[in-house]
Design a protein around this ligand. Sequence first.
Ligand SMILES: *Cc1c(COP(=O)(O)O)cnc(C)c1O
Length: 364
Amino acid sequence: MTTDGLPDLRREPHPNPTPDAERERILADPVFGTVFTDHMFQMTWTEGRGWHDAALKPYGPLTVSPAAAVLHYAQEIFEGLKAYRHEDGSIGLFRAEANAHRLNISATRMAMPHLPEEWFLASIRELLAVDGDWVPSQDEATLYLRPYMIASEAFLGVRPAKEYTYLLIASPAAAYFKGGPKPLTLWVSDEYNRAGPGGTGAAKAGGNYAASLLPQSEAIEHGCDQVIFLDAVEYKYVDELGGMNLFFVYENERVLYTPELGTILAGITRDAIITLATEAGWEVRESRYALDRWRTDAESGQLTEAFACGTAAVITPVGTVKGRDGAFTIGGGEAGKFTMQLRQTLLDLQYGRTEDDHGWITKV
Ligand SMILES: *Cc1c(COP(=O)(O)O)cnc(C)c1O
């Protein structure tokens, strides 16, 4: 992986970066998504010209026209991945090529230009070359990387924009759950859905999240942590959470179910879990999974565990599911053994503590 070839790359170091002692203080207990590193990466795409004016520069406000298309019609996509501090002090990324690839899948759906995958990786390398000290070293802490693309053309008509801006910012994050993951209580939304067939559910787009906020508030009002979205046609099959995929564990049969791709986001954590579980001798069935079945099998004890997964929270057990017609628990509402083992396996890979047999780690 090289940073060569980023068009017109200009490196503008921060004139007064965060002093070491201040950075160490922040890294000791970062609050997710509130503090950012000293620099950011920016690059522009213009119709007829392609990508140009790559810049690594001090983190700071953007200058955008009030007419910028993204502000009106939400033409925006993003990615989320983490930089991990390995025990030897080096920095590793986990399946960053998959994030680079997925950004372009999202771009296609949102009628946006592709970003060459090597430039996605080069932008991360550039940012970490100057802000690598911001990757924390405590257990389960990371530097969260947020690459994204916005329609920056000043234009109020409804058509794909002719100018886009790609940006990369980074925010240090502590362990998602202090003292280990606590089983989630989930709320089934029977009124709102996240994504219908032919919609944008498979794109990682800000608009999907905007639509999830009201149902998420409803989940909180019902004393739950997160909302579960059902399929938009029959409201019968489980899709996913607002930002996490789901798995259902049948320990006795050594079978894992996970909703099939289509309207859900193709999680990279989901994909890694399918690979790891298959290698461990489990059968993984990607298929529709009915809410009714979830309840019946949880109540009979045939379903032993359920968990949610995504880059931010890794793997998180699901303890309780609530809906308008009552609640049920899975595995007595406790974190399951398989879930916690799988979580550890994944973390050990991400932090470079076990052999990278899959070529999933990129050293930066
Ligand atoms: C990002 C995201 C996920 C998780 O994907 P990972 O690649 O595993 O982080 C799941 N669902 C939605 C809606 C997402 O946006």
